[in-house]
Design a protein around this ligand. Structure first.
Ligand SMILES: [Zn+2]
Length: 335
């Protein structure tokens, strides 16, 4: 993918101005919802800072020694830290290694750059260890922390970083970027609606796989709610694909149910394409139950993403609580 995304340009220029003025901080926190390209931006910046012949726009040249090493994943002054397994924590040993890395002199005399993603996966002891580095940053070190959930980072860590806030671009701008890439399938506007305006998330939906998984989950969830599918059997569908994404959808639907309960024509829904099916669910249940279910969905997401508790058991309990809570309808298909 082209790393120059149009909605990044303003942030990029601001950063270039800071760099030119010698005011680039030692730690940047790149925050914003999933699908805005924060990691693309962070890597673009790292690559540019390690390049020996930056372009006028401040981008990497693509052909110098620094660029070649970066592309090969072997630049000695760059380190990327991720959880050892998807969905797990970044651990203290990884941060200790990072401190050792940052403490060394840069091999090529420029920056030493560490990229942490997703930074909200730092466990407590790792975050405390990182704090020491943030308090006494080495002269040429730059830490790039990327997160969609900055609130999950300790305030002490956040306060020692300068935040770069990523917001969804205006709809027209997002559509003009997305439309040529969707090959005439689903409408770009619909994809963006469901993706909360985040263009890369919308593009991922256009690929079909996660879009189809989402539709399947809606259908299976309704079958559980109407007592037509055993919750224990339904769990297998929830464990397919990206569990965190599946649970974010679940929270979105439950938020929509409350909006629909309060107002049959709410001005905005997180899943506007599912308006008809969600309206059907909202009708079946009293408001207090819908609020309880939303709380339970949020708790489920939090437990699955922050603890080692068995997700299968949590899902069985959640789906079991909702099972059979609505009468089956004659028309069950998704809108
Ligand atoms: Zn270069």
């Amino acid at each position: 993918m082209d790393e120059r995304l149009p909605w990044h340009e303003r942030l990029w220029r601001q950063l270039q101005q800071r760099l030119a003025a010698g005011r680039l901080p030692h730690a940047l926190l790149l925050a914003g919802r999933v699908g805005l390209g924060k990691l693309v931006f962070a890597r673009r910046l790292a690559r540019a800072l390690l390049c020996e012949k930056r372009t006028d726009e401040g981008d990497a040249c693509g052909c110098c020694r620094g660029c070649r090493l970066f592309r090969a994943g072997s630049h000695p002054d760059f380190s990327a830290v991720r959880p050892a397994e998807d969905g797990k924590a970044i651990k203290i040993d990884q941060i200790r290694d990072l401190r050792d890395f940052l403490g060394l002199t840069a091999q090529y005399g420029g920056y030493k750059i560490a990229l942490l993603e997703p930074a909200d996966r730092l466990n407590l002891s790792a975050a405390n260890s990182l704090l020491k580095t943030l308090e006494e940053p080495p002269g040429n070190g730059l830490l790039l922390l990327v997160t969609a959930q900055p609130a999950r980072l300790p305030a002490t860590v956040r306060s020692r970083c300068q935040t770069i806030r990523f917001d969804p671009p205006p709809l027209a701008e997002a559509i003009s970027w997305l439309a040529p890439q969707t090959n005439g399938g689903l409408k770009p506007g619909t994809l963006l609606d469901v993706a909360g305006g985040a263009p890369l998330a919308a593009l991922a939906y256009a690929g079909g796989e996660s879009w189809n998984r989402r539709r399947e989950l809606v259908e299976r969830y309704e079958q559980v709610l109407t007592g037509q599918l055993d919750p224990v059997r339904a769990v297998e569908y929830w464990l397919q694909g990206d569990l965190a994404e599946n649970l974010r959808w679940l929270i979105g639907w439950h938020t929509d149910l409350i909006r629909l309960k309060m107002d049959l024509e709410p001005p905005c829904l997180s899943s506007p394409d599912l308006r008809a099916v969600l309206r059907r669910w909202a009708k079946r249940q009293p408001a207090n139950v819908l609020f309880d279910r939303l709380d339970a969905a949020i708790r489920l997401y939090t437990l699955c993403s922050t603890t080692q508790i068995n997700a299968q058991l949590l899902l069985e309990a959640f789906l079991g609580d909702g099972a059979g809570s609505g009468e089956p309808d004659v028309s069950r298909t998704c809108a």
